[in-house]
Design a protein around this ligand. Sequence first.
Ligand SMILES: C[S@@+](CC[C@H](N)C(=O)[O-])C[C@H]1O[C@@H](n2cnc3c(N)ncnc32)[C@H](O)[C@@H]1O
Length: 244
Amino acid sequence: MNINVIALFPEILQSSFKGLTGKAFKENIAKLNLIDLKKFSNNDYGSVDDAPYGGGEGMVLGIEPLETSLKTIKKPGHVICLTPQGEVFNQKKAVELSQLEDVTFVCGRYEGIDQRFIDSYVDEEISIGDYVLSGGEIAASVVIDAILRNIDDVIGNKDSVNKDSHSEGKLKGHVFTRPSDYKGKKVPDVLLSGDHEKVNEWKLANSLWVTREKRPDLFKQLQLSEKEMILLRHYGDFLKKKHD
Ligand SMILES: C[S@@+](CC[C@H](N)C(=O)[O-])C[C@H]1O[C@@H](n2cnc3c(N)ncnc32)[C@H](O)[C@@H]1O
C-alpha cells in the first residue's frame, strides 16, 4: 500500500509509527510518502494560507499549494481529507481502506481547506470523532495506524486483529498477565485451567458482558445465539459479583 500524506507539519506523522506499524514501513509492507505543504507556497512570503473571503476568524489553506502538492504524487489513488465535518471513522472503514493500493490523506490546519480543492480532488471526508483538533496530522496518524493493523503481514497473528474490539461488533473484554495472584487480586481460575474449551467460553462470555456494561448501544445490535445467551447468564453473575 502506498500512503501519501499532504500536511503543513508532516513531522508529526514521522514519529507516530513504532512497533508493529513502524515495522510495516521498515519492511516495505506499506510505503509512507510525507509531503510538506510549506514547500508549495505560491508567494514570496512562503505562506500557503490566507484570510477567508467574507471575513471571519483564522486562515484557510489555499487551493493552489494543495493542488500543486497533490500533482507531485504519481498515483494519489483515493484522496481523503481529514475534517471534523466528515463521516466518523470506525473499524469497518479501517478494514475497507486497508484494501486500497494507493491512498492520499490531506490534512487541514487553521480554519480548514479551501472548498474548491475539496470539491475538485477529494473523494472522501473523514472525521476521527465529534471534537475539533488543531490539525489533521494527528487524525491522519490515527486513521493510518488503524488501517495498517488490517493489512496482511503487518500483524503476524491475524486472529488477534479479528478478535479485537469492534471487529465483530463487540468489545474484546478483560485480559490478564503474570502473576496469577497479585496481593490477593486473582486471575479468574478458568484462565489457568488449561481447558481450552472452557477458556474460549469464558472469553466469549466476558466479551459479551463487557460490551453490555460499557457499550449498551453496541450490545443492543448484537444478535446473540442461544449458546451465547446461556454463557452470558452462566458467567455474567460471576463477573457482576467481581465488580460489585
Ligand atoms: C481547527 S480544525 C478546523 C475546523 C473547522 N473550522 C470546522 O469548524 O469545521 C483544523 C484542521 O484540523 C483537522 N481536524 C480537526 N478536527 C478533526 C477531526 N475531528 N477529525 C479529523 N480531522 C480534524 C482538519 O484537517 C481541520 O481542517
